[in-house]
Design a protein around this ligand. Structure first.
Ligand SMILES: [Zn+2]
Length: 291
C-alpha cells in the first residue's frame, strides 16, 4: 500500500516545488522598497569566497565630508565600479562578484540607469550599494550650484525609480569637486564625497594583468579601490584581481560599511593587517587624472 502512494507523493512534491519556484521568481521582479539595509547576498558558486559580513552601514555619526579611504586598521576594503551600468560588462561583473560572495559599490551614471534599470535592480538585489555619479559625467567644478543640483537630483530620482533605494554617497566625475561644493552637497543630500586611494588607471586599458597587479599591490587595509565597469578589459581583469585580494586576506564591504567601521576619534585599534610588517604605508596613487 505504501509503495503505491509514492507516485502521488512525488507528483505533489513536484507541484509544490514549481509553486515555490514561481513565487520566488515573482519576488525577484519586485522592487526593493527600503534602503534601511542592503540585503546580504547568499553564498553561491565555488572556490574562494568573501566572508559573510554583517556590518552596520548607517553613515550617521561618520565625521568627514569626503573620504578617499576608510580609517579601519582591519583588512576591510571597498571595491568601487564607476560609469555603469553597462548592458554587458556590468552583468558579467555581477556574476564574478556573486561567485565570490563579494559586495561592491557602483557609482552609476543617471542616464545609463534610465536605459538599464533592470541592471540597477540586480545590483541592489545582490547586496551591492549604489552611489550617485551624476547624470552627464561633467566636471562639476565648472558648473553652477543649480546645475550640480540638477545632476544630483535627476540621478538620485532615476536610481529610486529603478530600484527603490536612495544613494547614500556620491562620487564626482574625475574626482573633481571643490571643497565648498563637497560641503553643501553633504549638508543638502547627506552624501559624503567618495574618492579613492587605489587607482589602477584601468580606463587607459593598460592590459588585464597590469590592472590586476596594480590593484593587488597597492591595496591596504581600509582602501577604496577605483575601477570602471564600463570597460570590458577592466571586467576581464576582475577574476585575477578579486582572487588575488582574497588570497591576501582582504574582506570586501561596501563604501557605507567601510565608513561605518571608522573608529571614533581617540580610539586606537590594534592592527590586524594580513600584510607583512614590512609593507609600505598606505599611499594614494595617481589620484588626479582625467578619465
Ligand atoms: Zn566616472
Amino acid at each position: 500500500m505504501i509503495t503505491h502512494r509514492y507516485p502521488f507523493f512525488l507528483m505533489t512534491l513536484a507541484a509544490l516545488s514549481m509553486l515555490v519556484a514561481c513565487s520566488a521568481k515573482d519576488k525577484r521582479h519586485k522592487k526593493t522598497n527600503s534602503n534601511a539595509d542592503y540585503r546580504t547576498a547568499s553564498m553561491h558558486g565555488s572556490g574562494l569566497r568573501n566572508a559573510d559580513i554583517a556590518l552596520p552601514n548607517s553613515l550617521s555619526g561618520v565625521a568627514g565630508v569626503s573620504h578617499s579611504r576608510g580609517r579601519t586598521t582591519m583588512p576591510y576594503i571597498a571595491m568601487t565600479y564607476d560609469d555603469g551600468p553597462h548592458p554587458q560588462n556590468t552583468p558579467r561583473l555581477l556574476d564574478m562578484l556573486r561567485q565570490r560572495n563579494i559586495r561592491a559599490t557602483f557609482y552609476v551614471i543617471g542616464r545609463s540607469v534610465n536605459m538599464y534599470p533592470h541592471i540597477v535592480r540586480r545590483i541592489v538585489a545582490e547586496g551591492h550599494e549604489i552611489g550617485n555619479h551624476t547624470w552627464t559625467h561633467r566636471n562639476l567644478t565648472t558648473l553652477s550650484d543649480a546645475s550640480v543640483r540638477q545632476e544630483m537630483n535627476s540621478t538620485r530620482d532615476a536610481i529610486i525609480a529603478a530600484c527603490g533605494v536612495k544613494p547614500r554617497t556620491m562620487r564626482p566625475p574625475y574626482g573633481a569637486l571643490r571643497q565648498s561644493q563637497r560641503a553643501w552637497i553633504y549638508k543638502e543630500y547627506a552624501y559624503p564625497t567618495i574618492l579613492w586611494n587605489v587607482d589602477p588607471q584601468d580606463w587607459k586599458r593598460p592590459g588585464v594583468s597590469v590592472v590586476a597587479s596594480r590593484i593587488i599591490n597597492h591595496t591596504r587595509n581600509g582602501s577604496i579601490v577605483l575601477a570602471h565597469d564600463l570597460h570590458k578589459p577592466t571586467v576581464d581583469a576582475m577574476p585575477a584581481t578579486l582572487d588575488g585580494l582574497l588570497r591576501r586576506g582582504f574582506k570586501f564591504v561596501t563604501v557605507s560599511q567601510l565608513l561605518a567601521l571608522n573608529p571614533p576619534v581617540n580610539m586606537v585599534q590594534a592592527p590586524t593587517s594580513p600584510l607583512p610588517p614590512s609593507s609600505p604605508p598606505m599611499m594614494p596613487i595617481a589620484v588626479s587624472v582625467v578619465r
